[in-house]
Design a protein around this ligand. Structure first.
Ligand code: ATP
Ligand code: MG
Ligand code: MG
Length: 569
């Protein structure tokens, strides 16, 4: 059922549309291509793309590539792929670097208007002049340069005449402002670094606060949604948007449109919402990058990682992640969402969408001595207990089956309803079996169980209704397919790994049990599948054929999530 969202941002959008403030809603998602997207980004994506879809507007994907050197085309491709995977389509794909010329001309306009100047203070001194939260800053000695001198110096900065860091273009606002962001923030810095899109064309690069709001204005973004840490930047956002005033200055961007760009500048409005924080997780690209570079994981797509790639490889579904974002909602309240809520959303989606299969992860053999040695039989199992549209599958049965080692207890604890010496249990879809003999090696280790099948208890036969307490799953030993199964769990073993107050580095909280690999036996119908196919392995959890390593000849499955919360206290 479609959810009706009632959050404050959608209310603003509704009001704006009702007041005819905009003809259509335009949003954007502006990641910096310096890493892969993580679960936190899923919130920003679902919000900006979701609102655009709900109100028949559009959303651009804009790569905020104003920091050359930290950015990589590999990440650009990854980001595009992840947004599509989550289920969204962008209207235009843009790069902030597409606008470098517009930004430059806009800066010249600011200089001409007397509200920007070239400063020669070195970075450290500029910082000292900035003051503190309790003390006002001081004006730079270069603040009163003439417009002509500023224009000349800025053009020469652009021409590459000065060394990195030797000059900065700054906005002339207010060094005594209570908002530190308004104390003559930098607009351009000199950095002779090759850019992945513009090469060596630019020795100067615009600052985020300047480039971001002008990109929004240029693309006609009506609602620019971002996280709360930008709240203090909003006055600066509005300052640049108003001072440059792109809608009324076509000379600044006409050339862009003539080159084929769809551009209809408007005055955007920035609205902040709280970040998604998940317990037992890290949502910082820098730290995720560190996990990769220091080898704590096997890459950005390691299923332990809460990158979208990692979650995807782990078997999480786009619908499950969108459900999480719906449940969490949108507000200005910072909070940490329990990882169990994410798992619950994924289970909910996978329960409805995954066919069932049988797999044995820690096998012990059970020989049914009253089943003839050459007996072979094909049973028919429904693929889904609650949804007939999933159809049926063939499950081979024979005298020897694998069962889970922990479905048998020689000395059963109280309340144990599975197999025990002389006990009975139902073998799923086969009938009731009785354990009659334990076969042990010289060292006393259990190697095999022998038992008998009560043939009258088969489905459809008179004894079928005979009650036993437990039902266990199994795989015919003769038909079983060997598989590697990777059992994943939470990446960190404390709820807030990057809480620095405990005096420990977040790296010390890595859960060493977050990945365990076992050799398992699968029923044949679980093996002949394509990568990324998902199943519920009955009684064990949801699993996915690994999108990189799975082969029909050598299956590899990842555990997405257990059937029940194993972390609940
Ligand atoms: P990180 O701090 O992990 O590097 P970022 O905010 O620097 O993330 P960007 O690529 O700049 O990464 O993010 C693109 C957009 O995603 C931004 O608008 C940002 O506000 C949003 N975003 C990032 N992290 C989260 C989060 N945890 N929850 C919601 N939105 C987020
Ligand atoms: Mg960022
Ligand atoms: Mg950041």
């Amino acid at each position: 059922a479609a959810t009706v969202h009632q959050d404050f941002i959608r209310q603003i959008v509704r009001d704006d549309l009702a007041a005819n403030k905009h003809q259509a809603i335009h949003t954007r998602f502006p990641p910096e291509p310096n890493g892969y997207l993580h679960i936190g980004h899923a919130k920003a994506i679902c919000l900006s793309f979701g609102i655009a879809n709900e109100f028949n507007g559009w959303c651009n994907l804009r790569l905020d590539d104003t920091n050359p050197g930290r950015e990589d085309p590999e990440f650009v491709e990854g980001i595009k792929d992840d947004v599509h995977w989550l289920g969204f389509q962008w209207h235009d794909l843009r790069h902030a670097s597409d606008y470098f010329e517009v930004f430059y001309r806009s800066a010249i306009k600011l200089i001409e208007d007397g509200v920007a100047y070239v400063d020669d203070l070195p970075v450290e001194e500029m910082r000292a002049y900035r003051g503190t939260l309790t003390a006002p800053g001081r004006n730079s000695p270069y603040r009163d340069r003439s417009v002509e001198e500023n224009l000349d110096l800025f053009r020469r900065m652009r021409a590459g005449e000065f060394a990195d860091g030797s000059k900065t273009l700054r906005a002339k606002i207010d060094m005594a402002s209570g908002n530190m962001n308004m104390r003559d923030p930098a607009i351009y810095r000199i950095r002779k670094v090759t850019h992945q899109n513009t090469g060596d064309a630019w020795p100067i690069y615009p600052m985020y606060d300047y480039a971001h709001c002008l990109s929004d204005a240029l693309e006609g973004i009506t609602h620019s949604l971002c996280t709360l840490e930008f709240e203090d930047h909003r006055p600066l956002y509005d300052w640049f948007v108003d001072r440059v005033d792109l809608p009324n200055h076509p000379e600044l961007w006409q050339a862009l449109r003539e080159s084929g760009f769809r551009t209809e500048p408007a005055k955007p409005r920035q609205i902040e919402f709280s970040r998604l924080n998940l317990s037992y997780c890290i949502t910082s690209k820098r730290k995720l990058a560190q996990l990769v570079s220091e080898g704590h994981v096997d890459g950005w797509d390691d299923p332990r990682m809460n990158t979208l790639r990692g979650l995807r490889r782990r078997g999480f579904t786009p619908a499950g992640l969108r459900l999480l974002i719906d449940r969490v909602g949108v507000s200005k309240q910072n909070s940490v969402i329990d990882y169990a809520i994410l798992e619950g959303c994924i289970r909910e989606d996978l329960d409805a969408t995954s066919a069932r299969r049988m797999a044995v992860l820690d096998p012990i053999k059970l020989v049914l001595t009253n089943v003839p040695e050459d007996h072979e039989e094909t049973l028919h199992f429904p693929n889904h207990p609650k949804d007939e549209s999933f159809g049926m599958r063939d499950v081979p049965f024979a005298r020897e089956v694998w069962i889970e080692r922990d479905d048998f207890a020689e000395v059963p604890p109280k309340g144990f309803h599975r197999l025990k010496p002389d006990g009975e249990v139902r073998l799923r879809g086969v009938g009731i079996i009785k354990c009659e003999q334990l076969v042990k090696d010289a060292g006393g280790n259990l190697i095999e169980l022998h038992g008998t099948l009560d043939p009258t208890t088969r489905h459809g036969l008179p004894g079928a209704d005979r009650k036993v307490k437990g039902t266990i799953h199994w795989v015919s030993a003769k038909h079983a397919v060997a598989a590697e199964v990777r059992l994943y769990d939470r990446q960190f073993n404390v709820p807030e790994p990057d809480d620095e107050e405990d005096g420990k580095s977040w790296l010390e909280h890595i859960n060493p049990e977050a990945k365990r690999v076992v050799q398992a036996w699968l029923e044949p119908a679980a093996a002949k599948v394509a990568p990324e196919q998902r199943f519920q392995f009955e009684r064990l959890g949801y699993f996915v054929a690994d999108r990189v390593d799975h082969r029909i000849e050598s299956p590899v499955f990842n555990r997405t999530v257990t059937l029940r919360d194993i972390w609940a206290k």
